[in-house]
Write a new protein. Structure first.
Length: 511
């Protein structure tokens, strides 16, 4: 391999013009590894480490690294006029920085079906827009014209704002990839408004198996799942994966996203949803599968993280606080985990907050993670992870493991339910003796276990930890909560959770 095989000068790769070797290693789930050793003073050294029999063919490389890597090139503004170009030339620049100068030519060559997919992707995420296929305007010389309609008014794409031009270019490059491919995208926040940054990230997560997205956007970072964000700084030799609240605060400080900005958002909030912990991403993911334009994804919704269930008095005081501090009366909803509380306690809690002017819902399962416990979705996520490692897992193993874990957690769960119920009735002082309370708690627990299944009352977090331990011990793999969510079908959603999402959206839509 020579330096010409790289799309940028090797001299630009070392940090601060260092003369040391640059070593890059890329590891695949199937056990293959690609190693590159680069130095400006000699030819690159590239080799593959794999259990597969080595061959000097493209097919061997594809066998070791089967995914395609979709790199979105530097974007640019559209040309005012664009002549019909040679199809071979257009194909040669389609994936390069010259794509913007040949945008109309690129889509002129695509099939009707390909353009329909493109227009659906653009129009589905940009309100009141319709995109038309390019056509030739005969003249001397002939030119290409590509019209889009905004609120029914036709314009040539050259006259659109750069944000819309960038969006069309990014969607064009996204269509090059499919579910198993890898996306590389550099700083889309330079081109796009905050709301579009969030939508872009959501589309990328659904369309690609893995994404590498360089950004300084707090909006994109907030959309990412815990553990997906890696902080890269030039003074560190390795990136630092962010998984804790302290890590997020440090990253926000580096991005210049201060508490003052959050305070400003509060002062103009139209609606607020208060919830526990770091559950925002899970709620958004669920809602997007049910209602693509729901309130959890709406930029006018302020998502406010509170402490635990014990913090409900603070939520009840929010209407007064907003009126006194900002002179506004936003609509407020609060969603709490149930933990091990009895039905009477959580229903009473909902009524108290609703009387204070806050829409309140307490989950009927222990916590948000419990709604991700769906046998078929877990099975599909497990099989997908196993396939990447070239493993085979029987249906029976998954069923036996789920059953075994639920039984292991059952006893501790019942003890916690009885303890929580006993504490509630003792504070209530309604005169019931301890034995009666414990029987009542067990009866409610057994009913939930029988009618709604084990996923209702056990700890969802503990369940997934135990399942991943079993997967790792048996097959050397693991799955994340969001990998299971990616495999959900509409029929697998819990009815109570669907009703809650619908009720929250209806509440904010009224008046």
């Amino acid at each position: 391999m020579t330096n010409k095989n790289f799309c940028l000068p090797i001299a630009n790769i070392p940090t601060n013009d260092s003369e040391d070797d640059v070593k890059i290693s890329i590891f695949h789930d199937n056990g293959s590894a690609l190693h590159l050793i680069l130095n400006v003073d000699r030819q690159p050294i590239v080799f593959i480490q794999s259990d597969k029999r080595a061959k000097s063919t493209k097919a061997y490389f594809r066998d070791c690294f089967p995914e395609s890597i979709i790199v979105v090139p530097t974007l640019g503004q559209f040309e005012e006029t664009e002549k019909p170009n040679d199809p071979d030339y257009v194909r040669s620049v389609e994936h390069t920085r010259l794509a913007a100068r040949n945008f109309r030519n690129i889509w002129r060559q695509k099939s009707h079906g390909e353009f329909q997919e493109f227009s659906a992707l653009v129009e589905g995420n940009w309100k009141d827009i319709e995109v038309q296929k390019p056509k030739v305007i005969v003249g001397v010389p002939s030119t290409l014209e590509m019209i889009y309609l905004e609120n029914g008014y036709p314009r040539e794409i050259y006259l659109s704002g750069f944000g819309f031009q960038a969006w069309m270019q990014i969607m064009t490059h996204f269509l090059r990839g499919s579910g198993g491919d890898i996306l590389v995208l550099d700083e889309p926040d330079v081109y796009l408004h905050a709301d579009l940054q969030r939508r872009l990230y959501g589309i990328a997560k659904k369309r690609f198996s893995q994404i590498f997205l360089a950004t300084h956007s707090a909006e994109i970072m907030n959309e990412a799942n815990s553990g997906d964000v890696v902080l890269v700084r030039s003074e560190f030799q390795t990136g630092k994966r962010i998984t804790t609240e302290e890590g997020y605060r440090s990253a926000h400080a580096l991005l210049g996203s201060s508490e003052n900005a959050d305070f400003a958002r509060l002062s103009r909030a139209k609606r607020i949803i208060a919830f526990e912990g770091n559950d925002r991403s899970i709620y958004r993911r669920f809602e997007q599968m049910l209602l693509p334009d729901g309130v959890f994804s709406d930029p006018d919704t302020m998502l406010l993280k509170i402490g635990g269930y014990e913090q409900w008095p603070r939520v009840g005081n929010l209407p007064w606080a907003f009126q006194e501090l900002f002179g506004i009366q936003p609509k407020i909803a609060a969603i709490f985990d149930r933990d091990y509380r009895c039905l009477e306690e959580i229903e009473g809690h909902e009524q108290k907050l609703r009387r204070s002017g806050v829409f309140c819902h307490v989950l009927r399962r222990k916590e948000i993670e419990n709604y991700v416990i769906a046998r078929d979705a877990i099975y599909r996520a497990t099989q997908k992870a196993a396939k990447k490692k070239e493993k085979i897992i029987d249906d029976a193993w998954v069923d036996d493991t789920l059953s075994s874990i639920s039984l292991e957690l059952r006893e501790d769960c019942l003890i916690n339910v009885q303890s929580s119920t006993s504490k509630y009735y003792q504070l209530k002082r309604d005169g019931r003796d301890t034995q009666t309370i414990l029987k009542l708690a067990k009866s409610e627990f057994d009913k939930d276990w029988t009618t709604r299944g084990f996923s209702c009352r056990i700890s969802g977090k503990e369940f997934f930890s135990a399942y991943n331990r079993a997967l790792d011990e048996a097959y050397g793999i693991s799955i994340s909560l969001f990998q299971v969510l990616d495999e959900f079908h509409a029929s697998e959603f819990d009815a109570e959770f669907c009703d809650m999402i619908t009720e929250v959206n209806r509440y904010f839509a009224e008046g």
